[in-house]
Design a protein around this ligand. Structure first.
Ligand SMILES: CC(=O)N[C@H]1[C@@H](OP(=O)(O)OP(=O)(O)OC[C@H]2O[C@@H](n3ccc(=O)[nH]c3=O)[C@H](O)[C@@H]2O)O[C@H](CO)[C@@H](O)[C@@H]1O
Ligand SMILES: C=C(OP(=O)(O)O)C(=O)O
Length: 422
């Protein structure tokens, strides 16, 4: 199990490229199961989650070749049974369910694992697939789906207690693409990753309209084709490095970003006084820290609101920003594991009922800390960059799930970090 040593105090400067989006790649890779023809996907980040997804596709019978960020997949002969040992490792493995059901008429998938960030039921995924004709049988932690009478388009509202569901929308959209008739998803998730999946499916020959709005309409087609696709930039990786630039930088430029995906994050950095400047094309951004930053208030919300996947990183930012800041997570109210660990570095954060109240303190000090989930680990790295001394971040595998070569990118910006194999 690797750990990361972060020698705090260096100023970050220079330029790096942002990788392709993990959360867009995962459903797109799963969607290649919808055709027996070859698909080529570019800018797939080299992170453990995409590698698990490729292992799942291989276990299902697909031929997979990976050369750096380019992945070539041919799912000519596949089986319907996804192995528990792989599925348990990540939440997005549930995305194979819709494609398998639509292509083979049956699917068996274990209940998925993923980040420990609170309750993560799958009822909305099941509701969507049931609406178009799936019969579901649960047994020993496995979901078995069949569709004896065949699948048929239907109208379904996917709003849950905490709002829309991203992967639930993806799953139904993928299954409906090959389902006869019209499927209408009301209260659909509007995230850019859903739009990227719809773009990929439409290139394959699907008839999907409305992706990016809360009403998606899918006219089922008989067959989908192999295509090539480049995944959108990772807005959460970009946001994380923007926060690093605000906390510990003196002028950091990120290339390969997409400005319209970054608004909520840019706005919050600017509200605290940091400078965020995009180039005219909106594909590159330079962040410089404020001389006298002020704290802020964040409430997470579905896109285009402030992403839950960025709240831990902003908690770290506010922890070194003078004044009182408030971070509320309405999507995953229990997603505050980073706060307890950051307390060991001298932060003053009180978490109650889905809300963190942060009393900013400019002086943090290094301590051995434990990564608990993907974005919590990122928050610890950010806090460590501004701490006095050497912070040891254990359980680095959490961060490797979603950040491509984070240690190399930080080194490129002048941070002093070392990956140590345990
Ligand atoms: C691989 C991937 O893309 N992961 C992202 C995706 O996860 P994921 O798609 O799993 O998250 P959802 O959008 O489904 O979850 C949103 C809310 O709905 C609830 N819910 C979800 C499904 C369901 O069947 N029933 C239900 O009640 C969840 O507990 C949560 O409170 O969106 C989350 C919310 O933006 C992000 O934090 C994750 O990084
Ligand atoms: C929570 C995340 O991932 P997952 O949904 O795969 O657990 C994330 O990317 O922040």
């Amino acid at each position: 199990m690797d750990k990361l040593l972060v020698h705090g105090g260096s100023k970050l400067k220079g330029c790096i490229n942002i990788s392709g989006s993990k959360n867009a790649s995962l459903p797109i890779l799963a969607a290649t199961l919808l055709t027996e023809q070859t698909c080529i996907i570019r800018h797939v980040p080299d992170v453990s989650d995409t590698n698990y997804m490729l292992q799942i596709l291989t276990a299902l019978g697909a031929e997979v070749e990976r050369s750096s960020g380019t992945v070539r997949i041919t799912a000519a002969n596949i089986i319907h049974d996804a192995p528990y040992e792989l599925v348990r490792k990540m939440r997005a493995s549930i995305c194979v369910m819709g494609p398998l059901l639509a292509r083979l008429g049956k699917a068996s998938v274990s209940l998925p694992g993923g980040c420990v960030i609170g309750d993560r039921p799958v009822d909305l995924h099941l509701k969507g697939l049931q609406a178009i004709g799936a019969h579901i049988n649960m047994d020993s932690g496995n979901m078995h789906m069949t569709c004896n009478g065949g699948l048929k388009g239907a109208e379904v509202d996917l709003r849950g207690k905490h709002g829309p569901t991203v992967l639930g929308t993806d799953n139904l959209m993928m299954a409906a693409a090959l389902t006869p008739g019209t499927t209408v998803i009301e209260s659909a998730a509007c995230e850019p990753e859903v739009v990227d999946l719809a773009d990929f499916l439409n290139k394959m020959g699907a008839k999907i309209s409305g992706a990016g709005t809360s009403r998606i309409v899918i006219e089922g087609v008989e067959k989908l084709n192999g295509v090539q696709h480049t995944v959108i930039p990772d807005r959460i990786e970009a946001g994380t490095f923007m926060v690093a630039a605000a906390m510990a930088g003196e002028g950091v430029t990120l290339n390969r970003v997409q400005r319209d995906h970054m608004e909520a994050i840019s706005d919050k950095l600017e509200e605290s006084g940091h400078s965020v400047e995009f180039n005219d094309a909106g594909t590159s951004v330079t962040v410089k820290p404020a001389e006298n930053p002020i704290g802020g208030k964040i409430t997470t919300a579905p896109y285009p609101g402030f992403p839950t996947d960025m709240q831990a990183q902003f908690t770290a930012l506010y922890a070194i920003t003078p004044g009182i800041s408030v971070v509320e997570d309405t999507i995953f109210p229990q997603r505050f594991m980073h706060c307890a660990e950051m307390t060991r570095m001298g932060t003053n954060i009180n978490v109650d009922n889905g809300t963190a109240v942060i009393e900013g303190n400019r002086e943090l000090s290094a301590a051995p800390v434990m990564a608990s989930d993907l974005r919590a680990s990122a928050a610890l790295v950010l806090a460590a960059l501004c701490s006095k001394g050497t912070t040891e971040i254990n359980r680095l595998y959490h961060i490797d799930r979603g950040y491509e070569h984070i240690d190399e990118k930080l080194l490129q910006l002048g941070a002093q970090v070392e990956r140590v194999a345990n």
